[in-house]
Design a protein around this ligand. Structure first.
Ligand code: AMP
Length: 654
């Protein structure tokens, strides 16, 4: 009775209640029959092997089961019959309840058989069979490969339209692991079992001169290594000393743990010869096809210019041309072009589009689409207060869609910030800045961390700062900061707080308050992005969903907070609205340090105005022995100061 079905992709759950008449016995069992029916003729046939019945197909004691591994977009008919110990003796035909269902789309099944066709010193050719259940048209196959036992360090993927591929750029005499999976419009199937292949040994044939050269190279390599190690040691000592005196450069002693995310795009630096990646992914443009008109910006590697690109048979395009400064080293050239190799693999309306590269002329160039309004932070500062909240939210929606695309590809940006978003003439925002060295080298907002890398502290999730655990979830944290930057019209996150105080405040639970006029729902989304535990943060797909909903029902954007708000933890130790703190006494009580009132009075700090001008040295001279309390006082002063600045700025907006 009451046979119910619920379809989930290519699985179905069946549930039923016992028959009205159990034949006077208590040993009722159920059997399930499965028939597959054709769309056209309506004729049905037995489902055959390959389908899984959980827990089993026959002699079921309970009134439910799950059927999996069905074909996508297929009609099935399920019959559930009840039997008992005397059914076989009955002359009547078995009674059953029936239900017809149609399965939905599903990803292809696993690629089962991969064979190595050819193995060279630097390449391996693989061939495989189409999955048993493609469940649609196979758009492409993804081939994941890595050096054996080094998957956690890095792996690459290649794409192939057909069911064979040659993976090149491999090291000789090295054992590689390969896996293949199919992709249809419904998504990716499971990766196949891993196949291990060892590339062939290189057989060097050297004459005497070459041998001498090799020896010299080895010796010079050893000397360089020694020098490098000595320099590194010195550098550490230097940077430690430097850090102690400069809060912007910090060193954390926590261990470094590397767990790279899945990568479905190919990292250019996994190529032995990165030039090969450039050739493989990017289009070479003849320099004569570009007319450079003016300089529009200054990039890390050189000038950024506005220009016009005329390709044969195409209309002239306005483009941005990034140039590599003269006198560059080979490494700088490689790093510069690696950005193009990365960008070339992306194709999304909210990700900056690469037109091509110029590598064959003296001047090395990266040519991208031109974004009329330049970078988002300066654009917003220039147009302070001029947009509706809805316009700002639409911009954020664009950025989140670009990030959803990148995170789906397994690309972790690491430096998502308004300065790295470009805006075109229609206010469409696009994610940019994919350079390999960008986060590490030239970003003035970056500070040193444990591993010697530099990190833009204000935009970076705590686990990425502490353990260098960068992931799409840490990009989500950064996206929360970008949301804040956008709603605050390009204000600097955490204002003038030092990096050290930002880290400490965030660690203690402080979160940026809603900028003036920021809808509560948007601030809530920021706070969600800033969840301490990265698994509690929303994914980009969810962020896009929330923003879409807010855009569809803009009334939800109307509810705004009028004062800057603080999260629970900070409100425990700082005044929510500092104007309600009328005296030093009020303020100290609000941060639960009222016991130091006398210290302030003795040092002559009798008003909040005087307190707000105190610096670290002043706080140290108060005679408070607990460093933790000194720090708490200093942080609170900075927060009051930033509240004051923000309120002044917000009034300006109003
Ligand atoms: P970048 O080296 O990517 O940080 O670029 C430096 C500056 O050049 C940016 O801050 C922008 O002002 C400008 N810029 C870079 N790319 C473009 C582009 N595609 N369209 C317009 N301006 C750009």
């Amino acid at each position: 009775m009451n046979l119910l079905s619920s379809v989930n992709g290519t699985s179905v759950t069946l549930e039923w209640t016992p028959p009205l008449d159990k034949g006077g016995r208590s040993d009722v069992m159920y059997n399930v029959l499965c028939r597959r029916c054709s769309w056209d003729s309506g004729q049905c046939e037995a489902c055959g092997a390959g389908i899984r019945f959980v827990p089993q197909q026959t002699n079921l004691a309970q009134g439910s089961l799950v059927v999996t591994n069905l074909l996508a977009h297929t009609n099935y008919s399920f019959w559930v019959e009840a039997t008992n110990g005397v059914s076989d003796l009955s002359l009547e035909p078995p009674r059953f309840a029936a239900v017809n269902i149609t399965t939905n789309q599903a990803a292809p099944s696993q690629v089962l058989a991969i064979h190595q066709e050819n193995v060279g010193q630097n390449s391996v050719t693989l061939i495989w069979q189409e999955p048993d259940q493609p469940n649609g048209i196979i758009l492409e196959y993804e081939i994941k490969f890595y050096e054996k036992d080094k998957e956690m360090q890095s792996y690459s993927t290649l794409k192939s339209k057909g069911n064979s591929t040659t993976v090149s750029g491999l090291k000789p005499a090295t054992r590689y692991v390969f896996q293949v999976r199919a992709r249809t419009s419904a998504g990716c199937g499971k990766f196949s079992q891993a196949v291990e292949v060892e590339t062939a040994k290189a057989i060097p044939r050297y004459d005497t001169t070459t041998v001498v050269w090799i020896c010299l190279t080895l010796i010079s390599g050893l000397v360089s290594l020694l020098l490098f190690l000595i320099c590194k040691k010195r550098h550490c000592g230097y940077s430690k000393a430097f850090q102690d005196s400069d809060e912007e450069k910090m060193h954390y002693q926590n261990g470094q743990v590397k767990f790279p995310e899945s990568k479905f795009y190919v990292e250019p630096h996994t190529y032995e010869d990165p030039c090969q990646a450039v050739h493989e992914f990017t289009r070479e443009i003849e320099a004569s096809r570009i007319k450079i008109e003016r300089v529009i910006g200054c990039g890390e590697s050189g000038e950024v210019c506005y220009g016009r690109l005329k390709l044969p048979g195409k209309r002239e395009l306005p483009v941005a041309v990034k140039t590599l400064k003269a006198g560059h080293t080979e490494k700088q050239r490689r790093d510069f072009l690696s950005e193009a190799s990365i960008m070339a693999q992306f194709d999304h309306p909210n990700v900056i589009r690469l037109e091509g590269v110029v590598t064959k002329s003296k001047l090395v160039m990266i040519v991208t689409e031109y974004m009329e309004n330049g970078s988002l932070d300066s654009f917003l500062r220039k147009h302070d207060g001029q947009f509706t909240v809805l316009q700002l939210v639409v911009m954020l929606r664009g950025i989140s869609a670009g990030m959803r695309y990148l995170s789906d590809l397994g690309y972790v940006h690491r430096d998502l910030a308004a300065r790295n978003i470009l805006v075109n003439g229609n206010l469409v925002c696009k994610v940019s800045d994919f350079g390999l060295s960008r986060v590490l080298e030239n970003n003035p907002d970056a500070a040193y961390t444990t591993s010697g890398g530099k990190i833009p502290i204000r935009w970076t999730a705590p686990e990425a700062i502490t353990y260098r655990k960068f992931s799409s979830a840490s990009d989500v944290w950064s996206f929360g900061v970008v949301m804040w930057e956008v709603l605050a019209y390009g204000e600097r996150p955490y204002w003038n707080m030092t990096n050290r105080d930002v880290i400490q405040s965030v660690e203690e639970g402080y979160r940026l308050p809603a900028p003036m006029g920021c809808p509560t729902a948007i601030h809530q989304l920021m706070l969600d992005c800033w969840q301490k535990d990265r698994s509690d943060r929303p994914r980009f797909s969810q962020i896009v969903g929330v923003l879409d909903k807010l855009i569809r029902i803009p009334q939800n954007l109307k509810c705004t907070s009028t004062i800057n708000r603080f999260t629970q933890t900070i409100s425990e130790r700082a005044c929510i609205d500092f104007t309600s703190c009328n005296s030093v006494e009020d303020w100290l009580d609000s941060i639960r340090l009222g016991r130091y009132q006398e210290n302030f009075a003795l040092a002559g700090y009798t008003s909040l105005g005087m307190v707000m001008r105190m610096n670290m040295e002043d706080v140290q001279n108060l005679g408070i022995s607990l460093v933790g309390h000194q720090r708490k006082i200093l942080t609170s002063i900075q927060i009051m100061r930033s509240q004051l600045l923000s309120t002044m700025g917000s009034r300006r907006h109003l």
